[in-house]
Design a protein. Structure first.
Length: 116
């Protein structure tokens, strides 16, 4: 067996395990679009996000709840985003001041908590 022909036995299992976790995205940037709402950008770190999903944006000491009303990636509208996708998420009832770089966006039904 050569180094080029070796394939680990766990190949593919890690991404399957991570994709079954709750949705998670670390906020990279935030912008407001007049007449539309607030857009949060980042890379999907686990699971899947769909239009219509309820989410929470959290940081130590503060949590906001919202609904996803749009997902876009490189100018293309999407119905869902998967782990690894770089996306912009249009949110309902969230202002630009409610979100900042480094906040965590998770599924509303996740058990995410900040640890000291």
């Amino acid at each position: 067996m050569t180094a080029h022909s070796y394939k680990p036995s766990h190949q593919g299992k890690l991404s399957l395990c991570l994709s079954n976790l709750f949705f998670h995205l670390t906020v990279r940037d935030v912008s407001a679009i007049r007449g539309r709402g607030t857009v949060v950008t980042g890379q999907v770190e686990s699971s899947v996000l769909k239009v219509g999903d309820n989410i929470q944006i959290t940081r130590p000491g503060a949590t906001k709840t919202s609904m996803v009303i749009g997902i876009e990636s490189f100018g293309k509208q999407m119905n869902q985003a998967r782990m690894g996708d770089n996306i912009g998420v249009l949110l309902r009832d969230i202002s630009k001041q409610d979100v900042q770089h480094g906040d965590i966006m998770v599924a509303a039904d996740s058990k995410f908590t900040w640890r000291p």
